[in-house]
Design a protein around this ligand. Structure first.
Ligand SMILES: C[S@@+](CC[C@H](N)C(=O)[O-])C[C@H]1O[C@@H](n2cnc3c(N)ncnc32)[C@H](O)[C@@H]1O
Length: 236
Protein backbone atom coordinates (compact mmCIF):
# COMPACT_ATOMS: atom_id res chain seq x y z
CA UNK A 1 0.00 0.00 0.00
CA UNK A 2 2.82 2.40 0.83
CA UNK A 3 4.21 2.13 -2.68
CA UNK A 4 0.92 3.00 -4.40
CA UNK A 5 0.73 6.64 -5.55
CA UNK A 6 -3.08 6.57 -5.24
CA UNK A 7 -3.27 5.52 -1.57
CA UNK A 8 -3.19 7.91 1.41
CA UNK A 9 -2.90 6.55 4.93
CA UNK A 10 -3.10 9.42 7.40
CA UNK A 11 -2.37 8.32 10.98
CA UNK A 12 -5.58 8.53 13.01
CA UNK A 13 -3.89 10.10 16.04
CA UNK A 14 -2.30 12.65 13.70
CA UNK A 15 -5.61 13.90 12.29
CA UNK A 16 -8.19 13.32 15.04
CA UNK A 17 -9.62 16.75 15.84
CA UNK A 18 -7.05 18.33 13.51
CA UNK A 19 -6.94 19.21 9.83
CA UNK A 20 -5.23 16.80 7.45
CA UNK A 21 -2.77 18.55 5.16
CA UNK A 22 -4.89 17.84 2.06
CA UNK A 23 -8.17 19.07 3.58
CA UNK A 24 -9.77 21.40 1.02
CA UNK A 25 -6.96 20.65 -1.45
CA UNK A 26 -7.78 17.23 -2.93
CA UNK A 27 -8.84 18.77 -6.25
CA UNK A 28 -5.87 21.14 -6.64
CA UNK A 29 -3.10 19.01 -5.22
CA UNK A 30 -4.11 15.41 -5.85
CA UNK A 31 -6.44 15.23 -8.87
CA UNK A 32 -5.10 18.50 -10.35
CA UNK A 33 -8.53 19.63 -11.52
CA UNK A 34 -11.69 21.14 -10.08
CA UNK A 35 -14.04 18.26 -10.94
CA UNK A 36 -16.61 17.12 -8.36
CA UNK A 37 -15.35 14.79 -5.64
CA UNK A 38 -17.38 11.68 -4.82
CA UNK A 39 -16.71 9.41 -1.84
CA UNK A 40 -17.40 5.73 -1.32
CA UNK A 41 -17.52 5.21 2.45
CA UNK A 42 -16.69 1.67 3.63
CA UNK A 43 -15.47 0.94 0.10
CA UNK A 44 -13.98 -2.50 0.81
CA UNK A 45 -12.25 -3.50 -2.42
CA UNK A 46 -13.45 -0.28 -4.05
CA UNK A 47 -15.68 -1.61 -6.84
CA UNK A 48 -17.76 1.58 -6.87
CA UNK A 49 -14.73 3.85 -6.61
CA UNK A 50 -13.02 2.38 -9.68
CA UNK A 51 -16.26 1.45 -11.50
CA UNK A 52 -17.67 4.96 -11.29
CA UNK A 53 -14.28 6.48 -12.09
CA UNK A 54 -14.28 4.56 -15.39
CA UNK A 55 -17.87 5.56 -16.17
CA UNK A 56 -17.34 9.23 -15.23
CA UNK A 57 -13.84 10.40 -16.19
CA UNK A 58 -14.87 14.02 -15.49
CA UNK A 59 -15.43 13.31 -11.79
CA UNK A 60 -13.02 12.36 -9.01
CA UNK A 61 -13.59 9.35 -6.74
CA UNK A 62 -12.18 8.58 -3.31
CA UNK A 63 -12.67 5.21 -1.60
CA UNK A 64 -12.55 5.32 2.21
CA UNK A 65 -12.09 2.26 4.38
CA UNK A 66 -10.10 1.27 7.43
CA UNK A 67 -9.18 -2.17 6.07
CA UNK A 68 -6.07 -1.91 3.94
CA UNK A 69 -6.06 -5.49 2.65
CA UNK A 70 -9.43 -4.94 0.94
CA UNK A 71 -8.62 -1.50 -0.42
CA UNK A 72 -5.34 -2.82 -1.86
CA UNK A 73 -7.27 -4.62 -4.58
CA UNK A 74 -9.04 -1.50 -5.88
CA UNK A 75 -5.91 0.62 -5.57
CA UNK A 76 -3.84 -1.92 -7.52
CA UNK A 77 -6.49 -2.14 -10.24
CA UNK A 78 -6.58 1.66 -10.57
CA UNK A 79 -2.78 1.88 -10.83
CA UNK A 80 -2.49 -0.94 -13.35
CA UNK A 81 -5.30 0.45 -15.49
CA UNK A 82 -4.11 4.06 -15.20
CA UNK A 83 -7.40 5.22 -13.67
CA UNK A 84 -6.17 8.59 -12.47
CA UNK A 85 -9.53 9.82 -11.11
CA UNK A 86 -9.78 7.12 -8.42
CA UNK A 87 -7.79 7.23 -5.18
CA UNK A 88 -8.10 5.60 -1.76
CA UNK A 89 -7.78 6.89 1.78
CA UNK A 90 -7.28 4.37 4.54
CA UNK A 91 -8.95 5.84 7.57
CA UNK A 92 -12.06 5.70 9.73
CA UNK A 93 -15.20 7.39 8.41
CA UNK A 94 -15.22 9.18 11.78
CA UNK A 95 -12.26 11.22 10.43
CA UNK A 96 -14.04 12.66 7.39
CA UNK A 97 -14.30 16.14 8.86
CA UNK A 98 -10.52 16.25 9.36
CA UNK A 99 -10.02 15.22 5.74
CA UNK A 100 -12.53 17.29 3.79
CA UNK A 101 -13.50 20.95 3.93
CA UNK A 102 -17.09 22.13 4.14
CA UNK A 103 -18.72 21.59 0.74
CA UNK A 104 -15.70 19.81 -0.74
CA UNK A 105 -17.67 16.61 -1.50
CA UNK A 106 -20.43 16.36 -4.13
CA UNK A 107 -21.82 12.89 -3.43
CA UNK A 108 -21.37 9.99 -1.02
CA UNK A 109 -21.95 6.30 -1.80
CA UNK A 110 -22.42 3.87 1.09
CA UNK A 111 -22.20 0.39 -0.32
CA UNK A 112 -23.38 -2.65 1.64
CA UNK A 113 -22.37 -1.48 5.11
CA UNK A 114 -22.74 -3.72 8.12
CA UNK A 115 -26.19 -2.67 9.45
CA UNK A 116 -24.81 -2.46 13.01
CA UNK A 117 -28.19 -3.50 14.41
CA UNK A 118 -27.15 -3.05 18.04
CA UNK A 119 -24.74 -0.12 17.69
CA UNK A 120 -26.44 2.95 16.28
CA UNK A 121 -23.26 5.07 16.63
CA UNK A 122 -21.44 2.74 14.24
CA UNK A 123 -24.26 2.66 11.68
CA UNK A 124 -23.07 4.47 8.55
CA UNK A 125 -26.54 5.95 7.88
CA UNK A 126 -27.17 6.89 11.53
CA UNK A 127 -27.49 10.50 12.66
CA UNK A 128 -23.90 10.56 13.92
CA UNK A 129 -22.49 9.86 10.45
CA UNK A 130 -25.12 11.82 8.54
CA UNK A 131 -24.17 14.87 10.61
CA UNK A 132 -20.54 14.36 9.60
CA UNK A 133 -21.49 13.90 5.92
CA UNK A 134 -23.56 17.08 6.07
CA UNK A 135 -20.49 19.07 7.08
CA UNK A 136 -18.44 18.00 4.06
CA UNK A 137 -21.16 17.80 1.37
CA UNK A 138 -21.89 20.74 -0.89
CA UNK A 139 -25.42 22.18 -0.53
CA UNK A 140 -26.74 20.16 -3.49
CA UNK A 141 -24.82 17.05 -2.35
CA UNK A 142 -26.61 13.71 -2.16
CA UNK A 143 -26.11 10.29 -0.57
CA UNK A 144 -26.61 6.84 -2.10
CA UNK A 145 -27.17 3.74 0.02
CA UNK A 146 -27.11 0.24 -1.45
CA UNK A 147 -27.89 -2.52 1.03
CA UNK A 148 -29.15 -6.07 1.31
CA UNK A 149 -30.24 -5.55 4.93
CA UNK A 150 -34.01 -5.13 5.53
CA UNK A 151 -33.13 -3.64 8.95
CA UNK A 152 -30.80 -0.97 7.58
CA UNK A 153 -33.16 -0.17 4.73
CA UNK A 154 -36.15 0.26 7.03
CA UNK A 155 -34.08 2.21 9.57
CA UNK A 156 -32.82 4.60 6.90
CA UNK A 157 -36.34 5.08 5.49
CA UNK A 158 -37.63 5.87 9.00
CA UNK A 159 -34.76 8.28 9.63
CA UNK A 160 -35.50 10.13 6.37
CA UNK A 161 -39.18 10.33 7.29
CA UNK A 162 -38.51 11.53 10.85
CA UNK A 163 -36.25 14.32 9.56
CA UNK A 164 -38.35 15.25 6.49
CA UNK A 165 -35.42 14.53 4.20
CA UNK A 166 -35.92 14.30 0.46
CA UNK A 167 -35.84 10.85 -1.16
CA UNK A 168 -34.72 11.08 -4.77
CA UNK A 169 -35.00 7.35 -5.49
CA UNK A 170 -36.14 4.63 -3.09
CA UNK A 171 -36.65 0.98 -3.93
CA UNK A 172 -36.64 -2.15 -1.79
CA UNK A 173 -36.00 -4.35 -4.84
CA UNK A 174 -33.51 -2.72 -7.15
CA UNK A 175 -33.34 -5.40 -9.81
CA UNK A 176 -37.11 -5.71 -10.16
CA UNK A 177 -38.14 -2.07 -10.01
CA UNK A 178 -37.24 -1.09 -13.60
CA UNK A 179 -35.47 2.20 -12.97
CA UNK A 180 -36.29 4.44 -15.89
CA UNK A 181 -33.44 6.92 -16.09
CA UNK A 182 -30.56 5.31 -18.04
CA UNK A 183 -27.61 7.27 -16.51
CA UNK A 184 -28.89 6.53 -13.03
CA UNK A 185 -29.62 2.89 -13.67
CA UNK A 186 -26.18 2.50 -15.24
CA UNK A 187 -24.49 3.62 -12.03
CA UNK A 188 -26.66 1.65 -9.70
CA UNK A 189 -27.13 -1.59 -11.53
CA UNK A 190 -24.01 -2.10 -13.61
CA UNK A 191 -21.54 -2.04 -10.71
CA UNK A 192 -21.80 -4.84 -8.18
CA UNK A 193 -19.55 -4.89 -5.14
CA UNK A 194 -17.93 -7.97 -3.64
CA UNK A 195 -20.53 -8.11 -0.86
CA UNK A 196 -23.38 -7.43 -3.25
CA UNK A 197 -22.39 -10.41 -5.37
CA UNK A 198 -22.45 -12.62 -2.28
CA UNK A 199 -25.89 -11.41 -1.21
CA UNK A 200 -27.26 -11.80 -4.73
CA UNK A 201 -25.95 -15.35 -4.92
CA UNK A 202 -27.88 -16.07 -1.72
CA UNK A 203 -31.06 -14.70 -3.29
CA UNK A 204 -31.23 -11.48 -1.22
CA UNK A 205 -33.12 -8.47 -2.56
CA UNK A 206 -31.00 -5.40 -3.03
CA UNK A 207 -32.35 -2.10 -1.76
CA UNK A 208 -31.31 1.36 -2.88
CA UNK A 209 -32.01 4.84 -1.54
CA UNK A 210 -30.72 8.08 -3.02
CA UNK A 211 -31.42 11.02 -0.75
CA UNK A 212 -30.53 14.57 0.18
CA UNK A 213 -29.72 16.08 3.57
CA UNK A 214 -30.82 19.52 2.49
CA UNK A 215 -32.97 21.38 4.97
CA UNK A 216 -32.02 19.32 8.02
CA UNK A 217 -30.20 21.37 10.65
CA UNK A 218 -30.38 18.93 13.53
CA UNK A 219 -30.91 15.26 12.77
CA UNK A 220 -33.02 13.02 15.00
CA UNK A 221 -32.99 9.24 15.35
CA UNK A 222 -36.33 7.66 14.35
CA UNK A 223 -38.48 6.75 17.32
CA UNK A 224 -39.57 3.32 16.05
CA UNK A 225 -38.76 -0.27 16.87
CA UNK A 226 -37.23 -1.97 13.83
CA UNK A 227 -37.24 -5.73 13.51
CA UNK A 228 -33.73 -7.14 13.31
CA UNK A 229 -32.80 -9.25 10.32
CA UNK A 230 -30.51 -12.23 9.82
CA UNK A 231 -27.53 -10.20 8.52
CA UNK A 232 -24.29 -12.02 9.22
CA UNK A 233 -21.02 -10.38 8.46
CA UNK A 234 -18.70 -12.40 6.25
CA UNK A 235 -14.98 -11.87 6.58
CA UNK A 236 -12.76 -11.75 3.51
C1 LIG B 1 -19.64 -5.19 4.71
S1 LIG B 1 -18.20 -4.43 4.09
C2 LIG B 1 -18.70 -3.84 2.49
C3 LIG B 1 -17.52 -3.53 1.62
C4 LIG B 1 -17.86 -3.07 0.19
N1 LIG B 1 -18.51 -1.79 0.19
C5 LIG B 1 -18.67 -4.10 -0.54
O1 LIG B 1 -19.87 -3.85 -0.77
O2 LIG B 1 -18.11 -5.14 -0.91
C6 LIG B 1 -18.17 -2.92 5.04
C7 LIG B 1 -16.86 -2.16 4.95
O3 LIG B 1 -17.01 -0.94 5.65
C8 LIG B 1 -15.81 -0.69 6.36
N2 LIG B 1 -16.16 0.19 7.50
C9 LIG B 1 -17.14 -0.02 8.40
N3 LIG B 1 -17.18 1.00 9.29
C10 LIG B 1 -16.18 1.84 8.93
C11 LIG B 1 -15.71 3.07 9.45
N4 LIG B 1 -16.27 3.63 10.52
N5 LIG B 1 -14.69 3.67 8.82
C12 LIG B 1 -14.10 3.12 7.73
N6 LIG B 1 -14.51 1.95 7.19
C13 LIG B 1 -15.54 1.33 7.78
C14 LIG B 1 -15.29 -2.06 6.76
O4 LIG B 1 -13.91 -2.04 7.02
C15 LIG B 1 -15.68 -2.89 5.55
O5 LIG B 1 -14.63 -2.98 4.60
Amino acid sequence: METFPNVFQPASDGILGKEYELKGKWGDQVFRNSNPIILEVGCGKGEYTVGLACLYPDKNFIGIDIKGARMWKGAKYAVENKISNAIFVRTYAEMLESLFAQGEVAEIWITFPDPQMSKVRKRLTGTRFLSIYKKILCPSGTIHLKTDSPFLYRYTCELLKANHLQEIVNTDNLYECGLGDPPLSLKIVSIKTFYEQQWLSRGKQIKYIHFSLQGADTLYEPDVEIEKDDYKSTHH
